[in-house]
Each structure stands twice: as C-alpha cells, then as structure tokens.
Design a binder for this molecule. Sequence first.
Ligand SMILES: [Zn+2]
Length: 205
Amino acid sequence: MKSVNKTKAIHGLVEEDERPLEDLVREMIPLLGEDPGREGLQRTPDRVAKALRFLTSGYRADISKIVNEALYSVKYDEMVIVKDIEFFSLCEHHMLPFFGKMHVAYLPRDKVIGLSKLPRIVDAFARRLQIQERLTQQVAQTIQDAIDPVGVGVICEARHLCMMMRGVEKQHSGAVTSAMLGGFRTCKETRDEFLSLVNHRVNGA
Ligand SMILES: [Zn+2]
C-alpha cells in the first residue's frame, strides 16, 4: 500500500500521479482518530485527492492561453466592469476554503478582453493555495499585463472558513481587499465611479 512517490517538478510546480496524494490522505485518517477501513471512509482518500487536485488546478492553468485567445482591438473608452464573479479558494495557512465575490473593472486603452475570460482568470488564481490580498493583486496584474489598459480595479469580498469554523475572530471572517492600478489608483473620479457601480449593485441585490 505504500507507494513510491512519483512526484516530479515541472516548471517549478509539482505535477503528480493519482497515487501519492491519495495515500497521504489514507495515512492522515488514523492520525485524526478515525479508522480508514470503515465502510464510509474507504473511498474517501480517492475523493479527497481528487477534490484537492481540482481545488489547486489553477497551478496547471495556462493563463496566457486563457488571455490571448480573447483579446480584441476596439475603440471604446468607457469603463468595463464585471461584478459578482463567484470564486472559491483555499487559504494557504490552513488549506481551508475562503470564498466570495470579485468585482473586476478596467478602462480600455485600445484593447479589450472577452468578458467571459474574466471569471476564468479569477478561477485560475483562486484554485491555488492563496491569500486574499495576493489573489486580488494577481487578477488585476494579469489584466494589466494582457491589455495595457488605462487602469484596472479589482475588489474582492470573501469569507474565511479558517476563521469561521475555528471560532476565532468570527466578527472579522468577512474581509474586503482591493487592487487599484493605473488610473484607478491615480484618479479619484475613476475609482469613485467603480466603487459606486459596485456598491449600487451590492445594495440593490
Ligand atoms: Zn486560514
């Protein structure tokens, strides 16, 4: 039942076959005080390994492919905003979920990105071991790098199960982070327009 760990590093990231993770979960169960042979738990290591692999699939996402297949040159200089993009991530400190919504906006210069790609960019960074601040920043920076807009704004509202379930700081389990680049950082008018569009929707929902 002990398997050889076939883990190997690819591009600095870890790519593995199905076995080792599953075996680690099986070894973990008795350490938690349970019997891994109990009927209900027999297939649990498989399921957990599969779930964890999916929840960290962002490491294997091809960001540049997601981005580059949906860039369009247009004459459009109004704010583009996509609100309420749902995401689910794992906090890197406890490997417990944090989840919520992201609001993404940018002011185009001469290119736009397909709207359906924004949730995919969010997923690609959310499905990793994360902290909310970095997740927010990475989404903003990816859009900045892809289309060089006048500015990018990202707001992320999330709840953290590591705080809620462990009973610590329950009142602070909801956190809001933001990343403002370019015109969203330097121009108060732009930032206010973004914030009012986001708040309008949040209050009206
Ligand atoms: Zn945590």
